[in-house]
Design a protein around this ligand. Structure first.
Ligand SMILES: [Zn+2]
Ligand SMILES: [Zn+2]
Length: 388
């Protein structure tokens, strides 16, 4: 089964023909049709699914001509993708072979070129591990080709083939799942940027709409640049402070005290409650303290936060001081009095600071930073779903 053949010494592709023209081509008795693989006589066929293809008129003598056990659906998808790419003005080759600059060979299900752009679309109907997908992606990268993956997602039972490691979605490996819809209609395949079935559990805390497109529409959007990567984590945070006016325990005068440091982050560029957090000053890192002191200390009239020795605790930590007598406004003091004054908390304006590089983990009521932010993590999405 092939999508190309030699018609009178010229290469032709089955997916460029409308059904009417394809039938006319079948009736063309004056031309010669030969297989591109071996030069033997070719016949024109149409599968039950609608794939137009060329086949050896008589059984090939060697195995070199076999396409190797691909299912009719796999071939049909390759056919539809090729057809759509052709309609979008790309020159398409199926099963194209090449070698990367590191000497690794590749065979692309669908390879296409337009101007300087080179792309491959791989249809993975059998299981392939994330590691292997990543490796093959690198081979394409080393060949100057951008590759996107369509992984089969058959049923709920099969979803682990797609979910599993593929839930780790990154910028470097654009992975989509493809479902064969049960209904008999023209739109036979649906493409998702995630396993559809796994959505609910994973997206509970996720503000981003899923991308769901018919195969042809997916291909069109992909090559038009409408499917773009959105990093999960923003590179910056919005920092603000909760400040309360407390009576100094030592001199009894009122002094402004930083109660909380607030970080407002986005998830996929979307303002989302889950990604916000606040912390006490004594657990802030050095950079954060510097941002606070240089941006807020003067305008909100509190002494710069600094490391101070506490007799009560027997060690040093970052703390507030009284603006009048410089007494340590210790964390125990703040805890006991802060809640008393909490109705008078003033939230400062926000400043933009580099993200502190860690992801907040939450377990019940306990939250802490324990994972470095990975900016390669994110989603390939239809941009319309974001801008809506
Ligand atoms: Zn052949
Ligand atoms: Zn004081």
């Amino acid at each position: 089964m092939a999508f190309n053949c030699i018609k009178n010494d010229k290469q032709i592709y089955s997916f460029v023909y409308s059904l009417k023209d394809w039938i006319a081509l079948k009736e063309d008795k004056t031309s010669s049709f030969n297989m591109a693989c071996c030069g033997n006589r070719a016949i024109l066929k149409t599968s039950k699914l609608g794939t137009q293809f060329f086949a050896h008129k008589s059984k090939p003598e060697t195995n070199d001509c076999s396409t190797g056990g691909e299912t009719p659906e796999h071939i049909h998808i390759k056919y539809l993708v090729s057809k759509k790419l052709f309609e979008c003005g790309w020159s398409v080759e199926v099963e194209k072979r090449g070698v990367s600059n590191k000497g690794e060979e590749w065979i692309a299900d669908i390879y296409a070129e337009k101007g300087k752009a080179k792309i491959a679309i791989e249809v993975q109907w059998s299981r392939q591990s994330f590691i292997e997908t990543k490796r093959r992606q690198q081979v394409y990268k080393d060949s100057g080709i951008r590759c996107a993956w369509l992984l089969r997602s058959g049923s709920i039972k099969d979803r682990d083939a797609i979910v599993g490691d593929f839930m780790h979605r990154t910028k470097s490996v654009p992975v989509f799942s493809i479902y064969k819809t049960k209904k008999e209609s023209d739109s036979t395949y649906q493409v998702y940027n995630i396993c559809k079935v796994a959505l609910e559990e994973e997206l509970r805390l996720d503000p981003l709409d899923q991308t769901e497109l018919e195969l042809e529409s997916f291909v069109e959007n992909l090559v038009s640049g409408n499917i773009q990567f959105r990093s999960k984590y923003s590179p910056t945070s919005q920092l603000s402070l909760d400040i309360v006016r407390l009576q100094c325990w030592s001199c009894k005068k009122p002094t402004n005290t930083v109660m909380k440091v607030r970080f407002k982050n986005t998830l996929y560029d979307i303002d989302h409650e889950y990604s916000h957090n606040s912390q006490d000053v004594d657990v802030c890192d050095k950079e954060t303290i510097e941002h606070i002191n240089s941006n807020f200390s003067q305008s909100y009239n509190f002494p710069p936060l600094r490391s101070r020795y506490s007799d009560t605790v027997g060690s040093s930590y970052i703390a507030n001081s009284c603006i009048h007598c410089d007494a340590l406004m210790g964390r125990h003091f703040l805890k006991s009095w802060g809640s008393y004054y909490s109705n008078k908390i003033v939230e400062t304006n926000k400043i933009t600071v580099p993200r502190n590089g860690r992801v907040l983990m939450e377990f019940g009521t306990v939250s802490f930073y324990n994972r470095m932010v990975d900016y390669d993590i994110g989603r390939w999405v239809l941009i319309d779903t974001i801008e809506r």
